[in-house]
Design a protein around this ligand. Sequence first.
Ligand SMILES: NC(=O)c1ccc[n+]([C@@H]2O[C@H](COP(=O)([O-])OP(=O)(O)OC[C@H]3O[C@@H](n4cnc5c(N)ncnc54)[C@H](OP(=O)(O)O)[C@@H]3O)[C@@H](O)[C@H]2O)c1
Length: 291
Amino acid sequence: MAGVKLLLSSLVMGLCAYYFYSTEQITPEMVKGKRVLVTGSSTGIGEQIAYTFSEMGAHVMLTARRAKQLQEVAKKCLQLGAGSASYVVSDMGNLTSAQNVAQEAIKKLGGLDYLVLNHIGGSGSFGSFQGDMEAVLSSNTVNFLSYIQLTSTSLKALLESQGSIVVMSSMSGRIGAPFTTSYCAAKFALEGFYSSLRREFKLNNNNVSVTVAVLGFIDTENAVKKVGDKVTMSASPKEECADEVVKAAVLRQPELFYPYWGIKPFLLLRDLAPTLIGDLLDKFYVLENIK
Ligand SMILES: NC(=O)c1ccc[n+]([C@@H]2O[C@H](COP(=O)([O-])OP(=O)(O)OC[C@H]3O[C@@H](n4cnc5c(N)ncnc54)[C@H](OP(=O)(O)O)[C@@H]3O)[C@@H](O)[C@H]2O)c1
């Protein structure tokens, strides 16, 4: 009985939060002239986030490993209305390189208002864990430690601007997902670090917001190529995802769930009925296509 009451009150709270956040809007004036660093912006959600900020007149700094793609994205950012658009080529598997990216962005932009931590790589293939320590180390360097390095190097500038940190997480950062152990580990670590940091900022009266975006399956080229034939979930559009991420960042929301109804009910029920939720989620995997 107590469990049912808790479940009902959780659902009501979830509905209220969804209604509240989905009715708030942002305007270009809130973003124009802001200085934004978006990592992993040569393609996928990061590329779209750069476009959304550009359409509202922000100054954007892009980074990833592929110069040619970054050059193309920067060109499009300018066409869309960015105040300026530059890029720096970097491999986040190297923490010194990550540090250089943040330093270069702050120097070029003259400070920083938004640090969007989005890149993803080095997690190995989608499949069973067979003891591959290299994949664990590489994923945690690229997908966790480099995020912390970028944050550490940007901290002073963000405190000065009373800016925002945006961290891309996943449902796999809240509920363990099979066949992606290294990826899950990095996302859970990010959730721990940034939820702790958010509370620390609040207690220290540092007006820097931390938005964690908890995402479901999004239709980026790489994600569809990697898992498209291995799961039966339908993918949500990357353009809408990027718009929602930027909106949550500008409104300084602590969390975003996208797509909301594809994620939130599972999270609300996770602690009440973990086995049931695990069994339900397992049904989405096409085991014959997974090694
Ligand atoms: N798509 C989904 O279904 C989904 C679901 C949940 C969460 N997310 C999260 O959303 C974020 C974006 O996902 P996405 O699907 O847009 O990814 P994506 O399309 O694969 O793009 C990844 C970006 O990271 C860059 N990158 C990869 N390895 C790098 C490295 N070693 N150093 C620097 N940059 C590197 C890539 O550019 P280069 O190759 O040029 O370096 C690219 O710009 C990720 O944090 C992901 O975990 C995505």
